[in-house]
Design a protein around this ligand. Sequence first.
Ligand SMILES: [Zn+2]
Length: 567
Amino acid sequence: MLRVFIAFLLLCLFTVRVSPALAQSLIYESGGVLTPELAATNVHYYDLDIKVNPADSTVLGSVEVHFHVVNPSNRIELALDPRLAITGIERIKHTETTHLRYIRSDTTRTFYVYFNQTLQPGSSEILRIHYEGKPRVAPRAPWDGGMVWAKTPSGDPWVGVAVQGNGAWLWWPNKDHPSDRPDSVAINITMPDDLVVASNGRLRGETVPEEGWKTWHWFVSTPISNYNVTLNAAPYEIISEPYESITGEEFDITFWVLPEYLEKGKKLFPQFAEQMRFMEMVAGPYPFRADKYGVVHSPYLGMEHQSIIAYGANFENNNLFGIEAGFDDLHQHELAHEWWGNLVTAWDWRDFWLHEGFGTYMQPLYAEHIAGKEVYREMMSYIRTRIIDETDREVAPRESMSSLEITRGTRGGNVYFKGAWFLHTLRYLVGDDLFFTTLRRFAYPDPAMEEVTDGSHMRYATTDDFLYTVEAVTGMELGWLFDVYLRQPVIPELYATRRTGYVRLQWIVPEGYRFPMPLEVAIDGEVVTLVPERSGVISFEVPDHIEVEVDPNNWILKNVRLGFEGE
Ligand SMILES: [Zn+2]
């Protein structure tokens, strides 16, 4: 997701002003500390069966939760917005159905389901939760999420849902933690029969439950994060073409577009395959070949919903970076998340930069691919202006974070932009060959995994996993680089002084950190690479009339401070 940070600023201001009673009210966030009740279960399958009615903005239906018991427990923890009523929870055991007791609260998403006897590790359970109501309407999708009940230009319903930053519990009951993706999900959506419903995975069929309504049976055959489960409905037109993966397999690229935008959609459509080809070259085969690659015209800017990317930009190139890059960067960003976020997934929100830093860096890389190194550098320069100097919040904290905590304040932007610049600097340090091998191996650690489509290729990852991959590929020790850029907030400073006949450059990082970063220096136009001494100092003699430029290609994320002669 691409965030607009003013939203967080407003949120912070608002939080300060609310009364103490309101301050204790429901927090729309996902994940955080894994409680014992969450850790007791491993959900392997959800079956959603929901009627969605645009006429009164309601949902009504049931969700089956199939889980394995991991630790003994008498109760399990699930989440659903208190504004949605639970009308019953059944335990399904063989042919028997029994009703279970549950406890909810108005002030938290969490509810507990109680069992008469301790659940035994290794056993499996199925719950069916019946619920109904009016889900939260997104105040500002996709940044502040929920349902989106929009109208097409012709006045027809145009429905979407985006909940990444807030949690899928806003519209269906589930175990809310990023560390537990189900292995597969059935998404059965019933809506008025004049609408086309596009969702994740493959369409297994359509049925008519009652006159005027149609049920769309979608099925996701691989693990999927709860926030990626989505629905989109409108009188869509469909543009679809087969695409041949770099593996030789064929799958469909399909675009659900509003009829009013069909011509614009046709014009944009070829970019999807071109960008797909590039991402496959960089990060390996498209991970969800068993399902499809879908893009759906959405009533909000965008979201990386697995195999059904939400696209709500304006069908023009250059949405994000303020420069002429010559491609639809919003689509490219969301597509990139199919690898960085959906194939490789942070199991705690603290490592969200693995989604967004990587996701953002793919746009300059693509710009370089189609328009050359200069455009790449221009885009990196723009991204540099979005990094905020920060002394409190590091990009990759070590403690557990909820979805709101990791995007709070300036960290919200730095997760994207400092994350992207970290990769840029890493590329400089290790060189192109090893850098691109690292990207590919981080997506698919074992080349054999690139042949797999059944979900066993999908992984959870952390920042330390990425460090492990980089070090394994490069043979370099790079803990210092990760520590300085990701584990503490202060950007390294290059303190540069020039005395008569002499230049002195010194890396300054906070106490306890090392930063032996080699530095390119252009001396009279000739670029040399200089390695600092243990003290972080690089010094050399040079006549006063010779021009000296440090880091002329702007590879290193740093602040430069100029000292005065004689200081
Ligand atoms: Zn994103």
